[in-house]
Ligand binder design. Structure first.
Ligand SMILES: C[S@@+](CC[C@H](N)C(=O)[O-])C[C@H]1O[C@@H](n2cnc3c(N)ncnc32)[C@H](O)[C@@H]1O
Length: 217
């Protein structure tokens, strides 16, 4: 396995294969944990990025609700092509979380859209740095994914050579004093089976309060 093979497999084929298997059901539940949480806390973002956006259906819903400018990135060129024709007002790009083709401090909401578990851990810190780079100071970070009390991996059932990884991904960001956990909402799906445990961690970013003046003077 080369260093980036899991990412390359998603760019070459598995992103499209995931989309072919799941596109029918996307957004069909009539309930989206990310959108619902934003509505509940009453925060209206002006510019939103979803990483691992598939065809962009979630960002389209958020933009409809809040009048935000919507952006997305996903390794599936088929999902992105489909999303560009369904939601022409969105800006969708083919790519991966470790290299975001967006300017610094551009978004006031960045969402990891149930994709962190598919990323090779050797790239995790690059993904953290990229999300932090594009998220403005004072912005919100939403990590929607599996939430496991200890890190572990599973074999990915659809393709040999790929793993899914589980942990509390928000811990990467919460290691920095700039990030605070505002709210955790567990998904109703998977409450009875620990391996399926998933949810949304909503974090705020504030460099302004991260390092206050020296309290020991
Ligand atoms: C489980 S789907 C979630 C799709 C959508 N965000 C949702 O919540 O319904 C995971 C998505 O992550 C994408 N993905 C896989 N590896 C990725 C990576 N390294 N960076 C960004 N997205 C990735 C897949 O192509 C797929 O569209």
């Amino acid at each position: 396995m080369t260093e980036h093979s899991q990412k390359d497999i998603f760019l070459e084929s598995e992103g499209d294969a995931w989309y072919a298997r799941n596109q029918e059901g996307l957004g069909g539940e009539g309930h989206d944990l990310v959108l619902n949480t934003l509505q509940e806390i009453g925060i209206a973002p002006a510019s939103v990025l979803e990483i691992g956006c598939a065809n962009g259906y979630r960002i389209a819903g958020i933009c409809d609700q809040f009048g935000a400018k919507g952006f997305g990135i996903d390794p599936s060129s088929k999902a992105v092509a489909d999303g560009r024709s369904r939601y022409p007002s969105l800006s969708l790009e083919v790519g991966t979380a470790d290299r975001l083709p967006f300017a610094d401090n551009y978004f006031d909401l960045v969402i990891f859209g149930f994709c962190f578990y598919l990323i090779d851990p050797r790239l995790h810190l690059r993904c953290v740095a990229e999300a932090d780079r594009v998220l403005t100071d004072g912005g919100l970070l939403a990590i929607y994914d599996f939430i496991a009390p200890v890190p572990y991996h599973n074999r990915y059932t659809h393709l040999e050579g790929i793993r899914s990884y589980k942990m509390e991904f928000s811990r990467y960001f919460l290691a920095s004093p700039a990030y605070r956990l505002l709210r955790r909402t567990m998904s109703a799906r998977g409450v009875s089976k620990p391996d399926d445990s998933a949810g949304l961690d909503l974090l705020s970013k504030s460099l302004a309060v991260a390092f206050p003046p020296n309290p020991f003077l």
